[in-house]
Design a protein around this ligand. Sequence first.
Ligand code: ADP
Length: 485
Amino acid sequence: MKILMVAAEYAPLAKTGGLADAVAGLSGALRERGHDVRVLLPKYPFLPPPGYSLRTAGDTGGPFEELVGERPGPRVYLLEADEFAVNTKVYAGNERDAASFMRLSRGTVELPGNVGWQADVVHCHDWHTALVPALLRARPDRRANSSGTQRAGTTRSEHVQERAPRCLLTLHNVGYQGIFPEEIIERRGYAELGALRDEAERSARTVNFLKLGIRYADALTTVSPTYAREIQLPEFGMGLEDVLRARRSDLSGILNGVDYREWSPETDPFLEPHYTRPNLDGKRRIKSALSAALDLPDDGAPLIGVVTRLVWQKGIDLLAAALPALLENTPARFALLGSGDAELEQSLADLAAHHPARVAFRRGYDEALAHRILAGADFIAVPSRYEPCGLTQLYALRYGTIPIVRATGGLADSVRAFDPGSGTGNGSVFEHADAEGLIWAVSTALGWFGDAALWPQLVNNAMQADFSWAHQAPEYEALYRQLSS
Ligand code: ADP
């Protein structure tokens, strides 16, 4: 099948979080399964990265370029536009993002006429590209060649106009919807979207990109079965629960996969040494080196890692609230890596300053350190209030690093509470989003750590995890088939 992926992020070219890993992992796996997968991204000012070059895509003189690089993988088109030239990062975090991603969405509709290739399925991700189905709906003439850069009636445009693509929207996180004042749609030349909005948007005088996508996409997926159910409830739907319930027969949950070339103890490019079950000497050496690098003593005490964006969603305030009791009552040490809300950063920095031998906090985004924490720690804590899929717990399992998680979304679908009686399960799980729940889950997990019989069993269970994209991609493939049949 011919599949066009459109997204704001794509690892490693443009990444701020799990979205980038998910889009790249799925695209690569589908390509390996023989599909013609192409990716459309904005031409951010930091693209192309070193080692890559660009060539014009198609012969229309349009705004699309193709990335040429050493890494094998799907073909990547970059859309050049003034809107992308102003931001030095993926997101500006303000209304400029609306202009950028409107442009990307329109570019998606214009791509076939420019590069002479029409997808069977356009797969959009999150609010950034959620206008694509609405634009396809609003302007059937945009379904193929509408850029005006190619003469109508040429063989190519006839060919690409044969059939409009089907459109799948994946919801990676409904907490980010792209809600903007309605003026933006007229000012930017997208007046046709105004009429597609629902009553709530009209009376609030706003446009909600994600809601439009949910209403007009041919099908919807989200990134875990549990999150697919949760977002139909007011507690998790962030105001979209009604539109999501209305489309529940078109909504399914498919857990994200993992690229184990990047994220496994045998091949992780950031790790030295590598290790393989059941010999975990390498893991112990990584823990020692990590502890030294973080100025933490390495005396056999359990090490709990956290690698995350520091936002309300991730329950980091619960962790900060739980830490004093955990430091008082357990021997655990903490290796924390993250950036985000200034207040959360400050609370972790304060804890580290007060307990330098127990808590290390590195502020910022550090890919290498993320890998070393996920491999070198004994536990990884993910106390999220909600978690559509969550990748760090999937990565941690493979390294034999035991996840301590809240039972929500993809965390609930990938981590099962360890049962010392039967020896089944792969982590520690708590139900309620409060400090007590987290303290209980950490204390329970620490109880297994010292146990010569239980611990190897638990680590062994964890390391058997196989969430590779090779398993998950066929689920998307089945959906694409259904959509385009
Ligand atoms: P989300 O997409 O909500 O941020 P996920 O768990 O799905 O959460 O994905 C997070 C991804 O971003 C993982 O690959 C994780 O290792 C990475 N990550 C998060 N914070 C950092 C950081 N401070 N430094 C390096 N990598 C990070």
